[in-house]
Design a protein around this ligand. Structure first.
Ligand code: NAD
Ligand code: TYD
Length: 373
């Protein structure tokens, strides 16, 4: 069967990638969606059970650092669009072992770029109709100050904000963690391939995502699981750090829109206009889990355990995504309380998924982490 487009999605077995794959496979039956993933601890094909039998879906198990495998995949599937999500994504892991972050995020992205360059340049039409879309993070911009710790109203958002500055598309890169430094490096390579070779690239920088299928090492799913099992909730420092949260399906919708209508060589910030202090999120999550499990609401507040702060912990992230709203009409669709309710319900209903992904390597990692090694 001839497909209208052949789109390679890397990291499609991970958290955000699986939502993007699902959206594209279902919404575009005339596109072939090729999910390429190494299946690290964070990649799980169970995330895609509902689409794996679809005729427009294919899976390739490969490492983005493997140049030959990237060449072969691009040629075999005649790939004309790439949405690149494969990455090491957890800040705490990057603090423990930065090398794998440089390898996957920087060298892996470069490997994929070079393979795409050689393949597309070998075609008679060259770069026409092609697109390399790189998914990045707001963490590359560094940290914002908490100039109003109590929070204040701001015209940019219906929610409280905790500072006067925001990340804009023109904010200077200033990454602090090995994770954000490696993502910054990969963003620079993507832009360099446009500026040097004319590759039609695009980069977006998104705030913290939450929702179903997120690996339970990140704040929200880790804490839902711990509350369920009445395990301590390790809040770093005083829990005052601020993150800007976006429901993962809203991110996937933005990626769809930008892949199709975003301007080549441009950058868009994607954010939920939804700033929260960690400690306030933890309290909302506790109340929601308690209510849905039929426990007295707030009964598990005593699980909150303040622990040593993360090294180099960025204070505040806050995205200004008005460019995306004004140019392409995107807005987040869910209020945070609705999104948290959906997320908690999903985790409580899918304990088998959680048990499956938290066996083996994950157990060893956490044993070491909390043994203070
Ligand atoms: P994730 O860790 O859940 O998934 C990453 C996926 O990449 C996994 O399926 C893993 O198997 C795969 N992968 C890792 N190394 C690979 C390699 N060498 N070759 C092939 N596949 C490999 O990550 P996520 O949270 O879904 O994030 C996806 C992307 O979005 C990342 O690039 C991340 O930087 C970016 N991002 C994430 C967030 C967030 O809040 N999670 C926010 C903004 C941007
Ligand atoms: P995380 O989900 O790791 O995302 P990121 O570091 O990319 O923002 O963490 C979100 C916030 O929650 C961050 O400020 C660190 C904090 N945090 C804790 O306090 N305890 C935890 O166990 C984890 C995983 C995170």
């Amino acid at each position: 069967m001839d497909f209208k487009r052949n789109i390679l999605i890397t990291g499609g077995a991970g958290f955000i990638g699986s939502h993007v794959v699902r959206l594209f496979v279902n919404k575009y039956p005339d596109y072939r969606i090729i999910n390429l993933d190494k299946l690290t601890y964070a990649g799980n094909l169970a995330n895609l059970k509902d689409v794996e039998q679809k005729p427009n879906y294919a899976f390739v198990k490969a490492d983005i650092c493997d140049f030959g495998a990237m060449q072969e995949t691009l040629r075999q599937y005649r790939v004309d669009g790439i949405i690149h999500l494969a990455a090491e994504s957890h800040v705490d892991r990057s603090i423990k072992d930065p090398f794998i972050f440089a390898r996957t995020n920087v060298l892996g992205t470069l490997t994929l770029l070079q393979a795409a360059k050689e393949y597309w340049e070998s075609l008679p039409e060259g770069y026409e109709g092609k697109r390399f879309y790189h998914i990045s993070t707001d963490e590359v911009y560094g940290a914002l100050q908490m100039t109003c710790p109590e929070g204040k109203e701001n015209p940019i958002s219906a929610h409280k904000v905790y500072g006067d500055a925001f990340f804009h598309e023109y904010t200077k890169y200033n990454p602090h963690s090995p994770y954000s430094a490696s993502k910054a490096g990969s963003d620079h390579f993507v832009r360099a391939f446009h500026d040097t070779y004319g590759m039609p690239t695009l980069v977006t920088n998104c705030s913290n995502n939450y929702g179903p299928y997120q690996f339970p090492e990140k704040l929200i799913p880790l804490f839902i699981n711990n509350i369920r099992h009445r395990k301590p909730l390790p809040v770093y420092g005083k829990g005052e750090n601020v993150r800007d949260w976006l429901y993962v399906e809203d991110h996937a919708r933005a990626i769809d829109l930008i892949f199709h209508r975003g301007k080549t060589a441009d950058t868009y910030n994607i954010g939920g206009f939804n700033e929260w202090k960690n400690i306030d999120i933890v309290k909302v999550v506790i109340r929601t889990v308690d209510r849905l499990l039929g426990r007295p609401e707030g009964a598990d507040m005593d699980l909150i355990t303040f622990v040593a702060d993360r090294k180099g912990h960025d204070m505040r992230y806050a995205i200004d995504s008005t460019k995306l709203r004004d140019e392409l009409g995107w807005e987040p669709s869910l209020q945070f309380e609705e999104g948290i309710e959906k997320t908690v319900r999903w985790y409580l209903d899918n304990q088998a998924w959680v048990d499956n992904v938290t066996s083996g390597d994950y157990q060893r990692y956490y044993e070491e982490m909390y043994a203070g090694k």
